[in-house]
Design a protein around this ligand. Structure first.
Ligand SMILES: [Zn+2]
Length: 329
């Protein structure tokens, strides 16, 4: 089977982390910013571990300074996703990097990204929705401001709220105010957990922050009672196997728990996280899952349906994408 022609739905993608290195190099040259140290001799992003990755990520992001930069970035990212067969994507957007959490500035950045998304929908047939994400290692006070940006712009396009960054910084419960604020504004919730911290962090994301999806969440596998509970409650895991393997959460694809979680009834989905950083794409993730676990078209169909059901978009958008899945070649 060929995974190339399968239509794909992606739920976990950081917009800055999806920036093609050539795009960031171009912006740096235009603005005369020297970030040559973040690339290796092949022009790829270079880092040693997750914490160094966060530093390189923020250095690359320093070249993105205006709504126009984010418009161009969004367009470039969606072109890459569409080329990999993605028909619907949800991207994490950070008011921290878009106007320093000022609501007025954030509105301008958001408008620019929506403009790019509309153009990509017309030209490349890919639909995008946004999820505002606060950054855990920036602390709970900044997360409150981020949540206010999200709440003020919640709607059909900006549909969710989440948290990313260094999972080992502080406690998830420190961010309750931000998550309550987002939920009261009608935003749907997801949190990075169970990647660098164990199953207890997944429990906390569900019980304390009331998340219906978990970013990664794969380390739930270390506690089978939790795995069963995730399955019963229909909590969805945004699994990014390539990211986990490159960052060393698991030593190789064979050791990755995605198939065990799926076999035990957990709703798993597949995403790329920060594709150029992890030398991946949705097409490659599908290919590796096929090669490693023998996933066939039936399994990929099930994954894509689960992803679309778990998408934070409105019903009308969901049925439109559903029709696209049915129409596939
Ligand atoms: Zn992530």
């Amino acid at each position: 089977m060929s995974v190339t022609t399968l239509p794909k739905v992606e739920l976990h993608l950081h917009i800055e982390g999806a920036a093609p290195p050539s795009f960031i190099r171009g912006l740096a040259a235009e603005k005369k910013i020297d970030i040559s140290g973040i690339f290796n001799e092949r022009g790829e992003y270079k880092y040693t571990d997750f914490w160094h990755f966060l530093e390189i990520y923020e250095a690359a992001t320093s070249t993105l300074q205006s709504p126009e930069d984010f418009r161009r970035l969004t367009r470039a990212v969606l072109a890459e996703s569409a080329a990999s067969g993605v028909v619907y994507t949800e991207a994490f957007l950070s008011p921290d990097f878009c106007g320093g959490r000022d609501v007025g500035a954030w509105r301008e950045y958001l408008a620019a990204m929506i403009e790019a998304a509309d153009e990509a929908e017309r030209q490349d047939g890919i639909t995008m929705r946004g999820i505002v994400t606060c950054i855990r290692h920036f602390g709970p006070e900044k997360a409150k401001e981020t949540a206010i940006c999200a709440a003020e712009t919640a709607g059909d396009w900006l549909t969710g709220f989440g948290i990313g960054g260094d999972e080992r910084a502080g406690e998830l419960s420190d961010f309750s105010w931000a998550f309550d604020c987002a939920r009261e504004a009608g935003l749907r919730l997801t949190a990075h957990a169970g990647e660098w911290t164990g199953p207890e962090s997944v429990r906390e994301a569900v019980d304390v922050l009331h998340c219906e999806r978990i970013g990664h969440g794969v380390r739930a596998i270390e506690d089978l009672a939790l795995v069963d509970r995730l399955a019963e409650d229909g909590i969805v895991l945004e699994v990014c196997p390539g990211s986990n393997v490159v960052l060393g959460v698991y030593p190789d694809w064979r050791s990755h728990p995605i198939e065990k979680l799926r076999a035990r009834g957990v709703k798993v989905t597949v995403s790329t996280d920060d594709p150029p950083f992890f030398h991946t794409s949705m097409e490659r993730e599908f290919q590796m899952l096929h090669d490693t676990f023998d996933w066939d078209e039936g399994v990929f169909d099930e994954i894509t349906r689960t992803s679309l059901d778990a998408a934070f978009c409105d019903g009308e958008t969901r049925s439109r994408i559903e029709k696209r899945l049915e129409r596939r070649p």
